[in-house]
Design a protein around this ligand. Structure first.
Ligand SMILES: [Zn+2]
Length: 495
Protein backbone atom coordinates (compact mmCIF):
# COMPACT_ATOMS: atom_id res chain seq x y z
CA UNK A 1 0.00 0.00 0.00
CA UNK A 2 1.33 3.46 -0.86
CA UNK A 3 2.14 5.51 2.25
CA UNK A 4 -0.54 8.08 1.38
CA UNK A 5 -3.27 5.43 1.44
CA UNK A 6 -1.83 3.93 4.62
CA UNK A 7 -2.03 7.30 6.41
CA UNK A 8 -5.70 7.90 5.59
CA UNK A 9 -6.92 4.31 5.74
CA UNK A 10 -8.89 4.72 9.00
CA UNK A 11 -10.47 8.10 8.15
CA UNK A 12 -14.26 8.10 7.88
CA UNK A 13 -16.75 10.81 6.91
CA UNK A 14 -16.10 14.14 5.22
CA UNK A 15 -12.50 15.33 5.45
CA UNK A 16 -10.81 18.71 5.55
CA UNK A 17 -7.07 18.55 5.02
CA UNK A 18 -5.30 21.70 6.12
CA UNK A 19 -1.80 23.03 5.60
CA UNK A 20 -0.45 26.52 5.76
CA UNK A 21 2.35 28.94 6.22
CA UNK A 22 3.43 32.26 7.61
CA UNK A 23 4.18 34.11 4.35
CA UNK A 24 7.19 36.02 5.64
CA UNK A 25 9.61 35.34 2.78
CA UNK A 26 10.05 33.46 -0.49
CA UNK A 27 7.97 30.30 -0.29
CA UNK A 28 10.34 27.50 -1.19
CA UNK A 29 10.68 23.85 -2.10
CA UNK A 30 10.43 22.83 1.57
CA UNK A 31 7.05 24.55 1.75
CA UNK A 32 6.02 22.76 -1.41
CA UNK A 33 6.44 19.52 0.48
CA UNK A 34 3.80 20.70 2.89
CA UNK A 35 1.19 21.58 0.29
CA UNK A 36 1.97 18.55 -1.88
CA UNK A 37 1.69 16.29 1.17
CA UNK A 38 -1.66 17.91 1.92
CA UNK A 39 -2.78 17.40 -1.67
CA UNK A 40 -1.66 13.76 -1.63
CA UNK A 41 -3.66 13.09 1.55
CA UNK A 42 -6.66 14.90 0.09
CA UNK A 43 -6.43 12.69 -3.00
CA UNK A 44 -5.98 9.63 -0.79
CA UNK A 45 -9.28 10.45 0.95
CA UNK A 46 -11.11 11.14 -2.29
CA UNK A 47 -9.80 7.99 -3.90
CA UNK A 48 -11.17 5.90 -1.06
CA UNK A 49 -14.57 7.44 -1.68
CA UNK A 50 -14.65 10.15 1.00
CA UNK A 51 -15.76 13.70 0.47
CA UNK A 52 -12.62 15.77 1.01
CA UNK A 53 -11.16 19.21 0.50
CA UNK A 54 -7.81 20.91 0.93
CA UNK A 55 -7.41 24.26 2.59
CA UNK A 56 -4.29 26.38 2.68
CA UNK A 57 -4.07 28.80 5.52
CA UNK A 58 -1.83 31.83 5.25
CA UNK A 59 -0.94 33.16 8.69
CA UNK A 60 -0.83 36.74 7.55
CA UNK A 61 -1.56 38.10 11.02
CA UNK A 62 1.85 36.84 12.15
CA UNK A 63 4.34 39.61 12.82
CA UNK A 64 7.46 40.18 10.74
CA UNK A 65 10.05 38.69 13.09
CA UNK A 66 13.06 40.60 11.88
CA UNK A 67 14.45 42.47 8.91
CA UNK A 68 15.55 39.51 6.81
CA UNK A 69 18.70 39.90 4.71
CA UNK A 70 16.63 40.03 1.51
CA UNK A 71 14.74 43.13 2.71
CA UNK A 72 15.77 46.78 2.35
CA UNK A 73 16.89 48.70 5.45
CA UNK A 74 13.61 50.55 5.91
CA UNK A 75 11.89 47.28 6.79
CA UNK A 76 13.49 47.59 10.20
CA UNK A 77 10.50 49.85 10.96
CA UNK A 78 8.04 47.13 9.98
CA UNK A 79 9.35 44.49 12.39
CA UNK A 80 6.60 43.39 14.79
CA UNK A 81 3.70 44.39 12.55
CA UNK A 82 1.30 41.80 11.08
CA UNK A 83 2.47 40.72 7.62
CA UNK A 84 -0.83 41.72 6.04
CA UNK A 85 -0.37 45.28 7.28
CA UNK A 86 3.12 45.72 5.83
CA UNK A 87 3.61 47.10 2.31
CA UNK A 88 4.95 44.74 -0.32
CA UNK A 89 8.66 45.03 -1.22
CA UNK A 90 7.62 45.91 -4.79
CA UNK A 91 5.31 48.69 -3.57
CA UNK A 92 2.17 46.96 -4.83
CA UNK A 93 -0.23 45.45 -2.32
CA UNK A 94 0.75 43.76 0.93
CA UNK A 95 3.85 41.96 2.10
CA UNK A 96 2.05 38.67 2.69
CA UNK A 97 0.37 38.60 -0.73
CA UNK A 98 3.67 39.42 -2.39
CA UNK A 99 5.02 36.03 -1.27
CA UNK A 100 1.76 34.15 -1.24
CA UNK A 101 0.46 34.78 -4.74
CA UNK A 102 3.42 33.40 -6.73
CA UNK A 103 3.33 30.38 -4.43
CA UNK A 104 -0.33 29.70 -5.10
CA UNK A 105 0.39 30.05 -8.81
CA UNK A 106 3.14 27.44 -8.50
CA UNK A 107 0.75 25.17 -6.59
CA UNK A 108 -1.68 25.50 -9.51
CA UNK A 109 1.01 24.32 -11.91
CA UNK A 110 1.36 21.25 -9.71
CA UNK A 111 -2.38 20.63 -10.05
CA UNK A 112 -3.08 21.86 -6.52
CA UNK A 113 -5.93 24.32 -6.07
CA UNK A 114 -6.58 24.63 -2.35
CA UNK A 115 -9.16 26.87 -0.78
CA UNK A 116 -6.73 29.62 0.23
CA UNK A 117 -7.70 31.31 3.49
CA UNK A 118 -6.02 34.32 5.06
CA UNK A 119 -5.99 34.12 8.84
CA UNK A 120 -6.46 37.88 8.97
CA UNK A 121 -9.75 37.52 7.06
CA UNK A 122 -11.02 35.05 9.65
CA UNK A 123 -10.37 37.64 12.35
CA UNK A 124 -11.68 40.53 10.26
CA UNK A 125 -14.92 38.70 9.52
CA UNK A 126 -15.50 37.93 13.19
CA UNK A 127 -15.17 34.17 12.73
CA UNK A 128 -12.62 33.93 15.54
CA UNK A 129 -14.54 36.15 18.00
CA UNK A 130 -16.36 33.49 20.01
CA UNK A 131 -13.39 31.18 20.28
CA UNK A 132 -11.24 34.11 21.43
CA UNK A 133 -13.80 34.69 24.17
CA UNK A 134 -13.72 31.00 25.18
CA UNK A 135 -9.92 31.23 25.24
CA UNK A 136 -9.78 34.29 27.47
CA UNK A 137 -12.45 32.91 29.83
CA UNK A 138 -10.41 29.70 30.15
CA UNK A 139 -7.03 31.36 30.24
CA UNK A 140 -5.90 29.77 33.52
CA UNK A 141 -6.81 26.27 32.31
CA UNK A 142 -4.98 26.93 29.03
CA UNK A 143 -1.98 28.29 30.90
CA UNK A 144 -1.86 25.07 32.91
CA UNK A 145 -2.10 22.91 29.79
CA UNK A 146 0.69 24.76 27.99
CA UNK A 147 2.96 24.77 31.05
CA UNK A 148 2.31 21.10 31.79
CA UNK A 149 2.59 19.75 28.24
CA UNK A 150 5.42 21.94 26.99
CA UNK A 151 7.30 22.14 30.29
CA UNK A 152 7.69 25.85 29.71
CA UNK A 153 6.68 28.43 32.24
CA UNK A 154 4.62 31.33 30.93
CA UNK A 155 5.10 34.87 32.15
CA UNK A 156 2.95 36.08 35.03
CA UNK A 157 1.15 38.65 32.90
CA UNK A 158 0.62 36.18 30.02
CA UNK A 159 -2.63 36.89 28.22
CA UNK A 160 -3.90 34.55 25.47
CA UNK A 161 -4.67 37.27 22.95
CA UNK A 162 -2.25 39.61 21.20
CA UNK A 163 -3.74 42.97 20.27
CA UNK A 164 -2.38 45.10 17.43
CA UNK A 165 -1.31 48.46 18.83
CA UNK A 166 -3.51 51.20 17.38
CA UNK A 167 -0.61 53.61 17.56
CA UNK A 168 2.61 51.83 16.47
CA UNK A 169 0.94 48.97 14.58
CA UNK A 170 2.97 46.25 16.31
CA UNK A 171 1.48 43.04 17.60
CA UNK A 172 4.48 41.79 19.55
CA UNK A 173 4.86 44.75 21.92
CA UNK A 174 1.38 44.76 23.42
CA UNK A 175 -0.04 42.92 26.36
CA UNK A 176 -3.74 42.25 26.90
CA UNK A 177 -5.15 43.06 30.32
CA UNK A 178 -8.80 42.25 30.48
CA UNK A 179 -11.82 41.33 28.35
CA UNK A 180 -14.76 43.69 28.71
CA UNK A 181 -17.66 42.74 26.47
CA UNK A 182 -16.06 42.27 23.05
CA UNK A 183 -13.07 44.47 23.84
CA UNK A 184 -9.66 43.55 25.17
CA UNK A 185 -7.98 46.31 27.06
CA UNK A 186 -4.26 46.47 26.35
CA UNK A 187 -1.16 48.50 26.76
CA UNK A 188 1.83 48.73 24.45
CA UNK A 189 5.54 49.25 25.02
CA UNK A 190 5.30 52.34 22.82
CA UNK A 191 3.24 53.98 25.59
CA UNK A 192 -0.11 53.61 23.90
CA UNK A 193 -3.06 51.86 25.47
CA UNK A 194 -6.40 50.97 23.93
CA UNK A 195 -9.15 48.43 23.29
CA UNK A 196 -9.05 45.65 20.69
CA UNK A 197 -12.30 44.22 19.37
CA UNK A 198 -12.13 40.40 19.32
CA UNK A 199 -14.56 40.28 16.38
CA UNK A 200 -12.20 42.24 14.12
CA UNK A 201 -8.58 42.02 13.00
CA UNK A 202 -7.57 44.11 16.02
CA UNK A 203 -5.53 41.18 17.30
CA UNK A 204 -4.84 37.47 17.18
CA UNK A 205 -4.51 34.40 19.35
CA UNK A 206 -0.98 33.22 20.16
CA UNK A 207 0.14 30.41 17.85
CA UNK A 208 -0.26 27.56 20.32
CA UNK A 209 -3.93 28.46 20.77
CA UNK A 210 -4.63 29.80 17.32
CA UNK A 211 -3.75 26.49 15.71
CA UNK A 212 -6.32 24.36 17.60
CA UNK A 213 -8.84 27.24 17.33
CA UNK A 214 -8.52 27.10 13.56
CA UNK A 215 -8.98 23.32 13.56
CA UNK A 216 -12.35 23.88 15.13
CA UNK A 217 -13.40 26.93 13.12
CA UNK A 218 -12.47 25.30 9.81
CA UNK A 219 -13.42 21.72 10.72
CA UNK A 220 -9.94 20.35 10.08
CA UNK A 221 -9.65 16.54 10.22
CA UNK A 222 -6.13 15.98 8.83
CA UNK A 223 -3.12 18.24 9.21
CA UNK A 224 0.38 17.59 7.90
CA UNK A 225 3.05 19.76 9.52
CA UNK A 226 6.80 20.23 9.74
CA UNK A 227 8.86 18.66 12.48
CA UNK A 228 9.27 21.96 14.36
CA UNK A 229 5.65 21.64 15.43
CA UNK A 230 5.81 17.94 16.10
CA UNK A 231 8.43 17.74 18.84
CA UNK A 232 7.46 16.32 22.25
CA UNK A 233 5.65 19.12 24.07
CA UNK A 234 5.54 21.09 20.81
CA UNK A 235 2.59 22.96 19.41
CA UNK A 236 0.78 19.87 18.13
CA UNK A 237 0.90 18.29 21.59
CA UNK A 238 -0.42 21.39 23.36
CA UNK A 239 -2.87 22.06 20.50
CA UNK A 240 -4.36 18.58 20.84
CA UNK A 241 -5.09 18.99 24.54
CA UNK A 242 -6.44 22.55 24.10
CA UNK A 243 -8.66 21.41 21.20
CA UNK A 244 -10.07 18.48 23.11
CA UNK A 245 -10.36 19.92 26.63
CA UNK A 246 -11.16 23.57 25.99
CA UNK A 247 -12.69 23.73 22.51
CA UNK A 248 -14.37 20.33 22.65
CA UNK A 249 -13.02 19.43 19.21
CA UNK A 250 -11.09 16.26 18.29
CA UNK A 251 -7.54 17.05 17.16
CA UNK A 252 -6.98 16.25 13.48
CA UNK A 253 -4.99 13.27 12.31
CA UNK A 254 -1.41 14.55 12.42
CA UNK A 255 1.23 13.79 9.83
CA UNK A 256 4.69 15.09 10.48
CA UNK A 257 6.88 15.57 7.45
CA UNK A 258 10.63 15.89 7.36
CA UNK A 259 12.61 18.70 5.85
CA UNK A 260 14.03 19.09 2.39
CA UNK A 261 17.73 19.73 2.41
CA UNK A 262 19.54 21.39 -0.41
CA UNK A 263 22.55 19.29 -1.35
CA UNK A 264 25.68 20.69 0.20
CA UNK A 265 23.80 23.57 1.84
CA UNK A 266 21.49 22.07 4.42
CA UNK A 267 17.92 22.88 5.37
CA UNK A 268 16.07 25.55 3.46
CA UNK A 269 14.99 28.62 5.40
CA UNK A 270 13.48 31.80 4.03
CA UNK A 271 15.32 33.72 6.72
CA UNK A 272 18.81 32.56 5.72
CA UNK A 273 18.35 32.81 2.00
CA UNK A 274 19.28 29.13 1.50
CA UNK A 275 16.23 28.53 -0.61
CA UNK A 276 15.01 27.62 -4.01
CA UNK A 277 11.71 29.48 -4.30
CA UNK A 278 8.82 27.33 -5.48
CA UNK A 279 8.50 29.32 -8.70
CA UNK A 280 12.22 28.86 -9.41
CA UNK A 281 11.93 25.07 -9.07
CA UNK A 282 9.21 25.06 -11.70
CA UNK A 283 11.36 27.02 -14.09
CA UNK A 284 13.54 23.96 -14.68
CA UNK A 285 11.65 21.04 -13.18
CA UNK A 286 8.49 19.65 -14.82
CA UNK A 287 5.59 19.65 -12.29
CA UNK A 288 5.33 15.86 -12.36
CA UNK A 289 8.87 15.60 -11.06
CA UNK A 290 8.25 17.88 -8.10
CA UNK A 291 5.29 15.70 -7.13
CA UNK A 292 7.33 12.57 -7.80
CA UNK A 293 10.09 13.85 -5.50
CA UNK A 294 7.60 14.14 -2.63
CA UNK A 295 5.36 11.15 -3.33
CA UNK A 296 8.03 8.50 -3.80
CA UNK A 297 9.24 8.52 -0.19
CA UNK A 298 7.20 8.58 3.02
CA UNK A 299 6.81 12.09 4.39
CA UNK A 300 8.70 11.08 7.53
CA UNK A 301 11.90 10.72 5.54
CA UNK A 302 14.01 13.75 4.77
CA UNK A 303 14.79 14.52 1.15
CA UNK A 304 18.10 15.80 -0.06
CA UNK A 305 17.54 17.69 -3.27
CA UNK A 306 20.41 18.18 -5.66
CA UNK A 307 19.46 20.60 -8.44
CA UNK A 308 22.61 19.63 -10.37
CA UNK A 309 23.32 16.14 -11.73
CA UNK A 310 21.16 14.61 -8.98
CA UNK A 311 18.21 16.25 -10.64
CA UNK A 312 19.00 14.53 -13.93
CA UNK A 313 19.13 11.18 -12.14
CA UNK A 314 15.72 11.94 -10.66
CA UNK A 315 14.45 12.64 -14.19
CA UNK A 316 15.92 9.36 -15.39
CA UNK A 317 14.23 7.52 -12.52
CA UNK A 318 10.88 9.08 -13.39
CA UNK A 319 11.27 8.23 -17.06
CA UNK A 320 12.11 4.65 -16.19
CA UNK A 321 8.98 4.40 -14.04
CA UNK A 322 6.72 5.76 -16.79
CA UNK A 323 8.28 3.48 -19.39
CA UNK A 324 8.10 0.30 -17.34
CA UNK A 325 4.59 0.89 -15.92
CA UNK A 326 5.14 -1.67 -13.19
CA UNK A 327 2.06 -2.78 -11.30
CA UNK A 328 3.63 -1.92 -7.93
CA UNK A 329 4.35 1.62 -9.10
CA UNK A 330 0.92 2.33 -10.58
CA UNK A 331 -0.35 4.16 -7.48
CA UNK A 332 2.80 6.27 -7.35
CA UNK A 333 2.34 7.20 -11.00
CA UNK A 334 -1.27 8.14 -10.32
CA UNK A 335 -0.32 10.39 -7.40
CA UNK A 336 2.50 11.97 -9.37
CA UNK A 337 0.32 13.24 -12.20
CA UNK A 338 -0.71 16.87 -11.57
CA UNK A 339 -4.10 16.61 -13.21
CA UNK A 340 -5.72 13.35 -12.28
CA UNK A 341 -6.19 10.85 -15.07
CA UNK A 342 -3.93 12.62 -17.52
CA UNK A 343 -0.67 10.72 -17.73
CA UNK A 344 1.68 12.68 -19.91
CA UNK A 345 4.88 11.45 -21.37
CA UNK A 346 7.82 13.71 -20.84
CA UNK A 347 10.51 13.83 -23.50
CA UNK A 348 13.91 12.65 -22.37
CA UNK A 349 15.19 15.55 -20.26
CA UNK A 350 18.82 14.43 -20.28
CA UNK A 351 18.82 14.41 -24.08
CA UNK A 352 16.99 17.69 -24.17
CA UNK A 353 19.63 19.26 -21.91
CA UNK A 354 22.20 18.31 -24.55
CA UNK A 355 20.07 19.27 -27.53
CA UNK A 356 19.30 22.79 -26.28
CA UNK A 357 23.02 23.43 -26.36
CA UNK A 358 23.04 22.65 -30.08
CA UNK A 359 19.71 24.11 -31.19
CA UNK A 360 17.68 27.09 -30.10
CA UNK A 361 14.84 26.63 -32.56
CA UNK A 362 12.08 24.28 -31.35
CA UNK A 363 10.90 23.45 -34.87
CA UNK A 364 14.38 22.33 -35.86
CA UNK A 365 14.50 20.16 -32.78
CA UNK A 366 11.19 18.55 -33.64
CA UNK A 367 12.82 17.42 -36.92
CA UNK A 368 15.89 16.11 -35.14
CA UNK A 369 13.71 14.10 -32.76
CA UNK A 370 11.62 12.78 -35.62
CA UNK A 371 14.79 11.49 -37.27
CA UNK A 372 15.46 9.43 -34.13
CA UNK A 373 11.92 8.08 -34.10
CA UNK A 374 10.47 10.41 -31.46
CA UNK A 375 7.26 12.19 -32.33
CA UNK A 376 6.70 15.40 -30.42
CA UNK A 377 4.77 18.58 -31.02
CA UNK A 378 6.52 21.94 -31.29
CA UNK A 379 4.64 22.99 -28.15
CA UNK A 380 5.91 20.03 -26.11
CA UNK A 381 9.41 20.55 -27.35
CA UNK A 382 9.55 24.28 -26.74
CA UNK A 383 8.14 23.84 -23.22
CA UNK A 384 10.81 21.34 -22.27
CA UNK A 385 13.52 23.32 -24.08
CA UNK A 386 12.75 26.30 -21.88
CA UNK A 387 13.08 24.22 -18.71
CA UNK A 388 16.27 22.50 -19.86
CA UNK A 389 17.83 25.78 -20.95
CA UNK A 390 17.18 27.26 -17.52
CA UNK A 391 18.72 24.19 -15.90
CA UNK A 392 21.80 24.43 -18.10
CA UNK A 393 22.25 28.13 -17.36
CA UNK A 394 21.75 27.87 -13.61
CA UNK A 395 22.33 24.38 -12.23
CA UNK A 396 24.23 22.18 -14.69
CA UNK A 397 27.81 21.44 -13.69
CA UNK A 398 30.45 22.84 -16.07
CA UNK A 399 31.29 19.34 -17.28
CA UNK A 400 27.80 19.12 -18.74
CA UNK A 401 27.95 22.45 -20.56
CA UNK A 402 29.31 23.06 -24.02
CA UNK A 403 28.86 25.20 -27.07
CA UNK A 404 29.49 24.25 -30.67
CA UNK A 405 32.62 25.87 -32.08
CA UNK A 406 32.35 27.98 -35.26
CA UNK A 407 32.73 26.03 -38.52
CA UNK A 408 36.07 27.67 -39.31
CA UNK A 409 38.04 27.62 -36.09
CA UNK A 410 41.48 26.04 -35.97
CA UNK A 411 42.11 23.27 -33.46
CA UNK A 412 45.43 21.54 -32.85
CA UNK A 413 45.24 17.76 -33.15
CA UNK A 414 47.85 14.99 -33.29
CA UNK A 415 48.73 12.98 -36.38
CA UNK A 416 46.87 9.87 -35.24
CA UNK A 417 43.84 11.99 -34.36
CA UNK A 418 43.94 13.43 -37.86
CA UNK A 419 43.89 9.91 -39.30
CA UNK A 420 40.97 8.85 -37.12
CA UNK A 421 38.94 11.91 -38.05
CA UNK A 422 39.82 11.48 -41.68
CA UNK A 423 38.62 7.85 -41.66
CA UNK A 424 35.43 8.90 -39.97
CA UNK A 425 34.79 11.64 -42.53
CA UNK A 426 35.21 9.01 -45.23
CA UNK A 427 32.69 6.74 -43.46
CA UNK A 428 30.21 9.55 -42.88
CA UNK A 429 30.43 10.70 -46.49
CA UNK A 430 29.38 7.29 -47.80
CA UNK A 431 25.74 7.39 -48.83
CA UNK A 432 24.96 3.96 -47.40
CA UNK A 433 26.04 4.78 -43.84
CA UNK A 434 23.16 5.62 -41.54
CA UNK A 435 23.27 8.84 -39.51
CA UNK A 436 22.01 7.20 -36.35
CA UNK A 437 23.47 7.18 -32.82
CA UNK A 438 24.39 3.50 -32.49
CA UNK A 439 25.69 3.25 -36.06
CA UNK A 440 27.85 6.34 -35.60
CA UNK A 441 29.11 5.07 -32.25
CA UNK A 442 30.05 1.69 -33.73
CA UNK A 443 31.75 3.26 -36.73
CA UNK A 444 33.89 5.54 -34.55
CA UNK A 445 34.70 2.69 -32.21
CA UNK A 446 35.92 0.49 -35.06
CA UNK A 447 38.00 3.27 -36.58
CA UNK A 448 39.68 4.06 -33.26
CA UNK A 449 40.38 0.37 -32.69
CA UNK A 450 41.88 0.03 -36.15
CA UNK A 451 44.35 2.78 -35.23
CA UNK A 452 45.33 0.95 -32.03
CA UNK A 453 44.15 3.81 -29.81
CA UNK A 454 42.14 3.71 -26.57
CA UNK A 455 38.47 4.65 -27.21
CA UNK A 456 38.47 7.51 -24.70
CA UNK A 457 41.63 8.93 -26.31
CA UNK A 458 40.09 8.69 -29.77
CA UNK A 459 36.84 10.37 -28.67
CA UNK A 460 38.81 13.39 -27.44
CA UNK A 461 39.64 14.46 -30.99
CA UNK A 462 35.96 14.78 -31.86
CA UNK A 463 35.14 16.77 -28.74
CA UNK A 464 38.13 19.08 -29.22
CA UNK A 465 37.06 19.90 -32.75
CA UNK A 466 33.34 20.23 -32.14
CA UNK A 467 33.14 21.85 -28.70
CA UNK A 468 36.72 22.71 -27.74
CA UNK A 469 36.70 20.38 -24.71
CA UNK A 470 38.13 16.92 -24.06
CA UNK A 471 34.82 15.45 -22.96
CA UNK A 472 31.21 15.91 -23.94
CA UNK A 473 27.84 14.23 -24.42
CA UNK A 474 27.78 10.59 -25.58
CA UNK A 475 29.39 10.86 -28.97
CA UNK A 476 27.08 8.73 -31.12
CA UNK A 477 24.00 10.48 -29.81
CA UNK A 478 25.70 13.87 -29.97
CA UNK A 479 26.77 13.58 -33.60
CA UNK A 480 23.45 12.09 -34.66
CA UNK A 481 21.70 15.10 -33.13
CA UNK A 482 23.76 17.38 -35.32
CA UNK A 483 23.29 17.77 -39.01
CA UNK A 484 25.47 15.29 -40.94
CA UNK A 485 26.63 17.84 -43.49
CA UNK A 486 27.59 20.34 -40.79
CA UNK A 487 29.62 17.72 -38.94
CA UNK A 488 31.47 16.61 -42.05
CA UNK A 489 32.28 20.19 -43.06
CA UNK A 490 33.55 21.04 -39.59
CA UNK A 491 35.73 17.94 -39.31
CA UNK A 492 37.06 18.44 -42.83
CA UNK A 493 38.06 22.02 -42.06
CA UNK A 494 40.29 20.91 -39.17
CA UNK A 495 41.97 17.99 -40.98
ZN1 LIG B 1 2.43 50.49 20.21
Amino acid sequence: MHWVDAVVKDQVGAQTVSTGISPSGPIHLGNLREIITGDLLNRGCKDKGLQSKLIYLADDMDPLRKKYPFLPEEYELQVGKPLRNIPSPDGKGTYSEYFLSPFLKSAGELGIFPEAIRAGDLYRDGKMGEIIRVTIVNREKIRNIIEKVSGRELEKNWFPYNPVCSSCGRINTTVGLELKGDLVEYKCKCGNSGDANIFTEDGKLPWRIEWPAKWKILGVTIEPFGKDHGTVGGSYDTGKVIAEEIFDYPAPLPLMFERILLKGKGAMHSSTGIVIPASEILSFCPPEIVRFLMARVPSTRHIEFDPGMGFLSLMDEYQRMIKEQKEEESRLIELTIPVKGKAQKILDYRHMATLVQIYSDARKLVDVLKRTGIDATTEEVSKLMKLARHWIDNYAPDTFKFSILPAKQDVAISEVEREIISDFVAWASKTDSTWEATEIHNAIHNIIKAHGTEPSEGFKAFYKILIGKERGPRLGFFLSAMDRKTVIERLRYVI
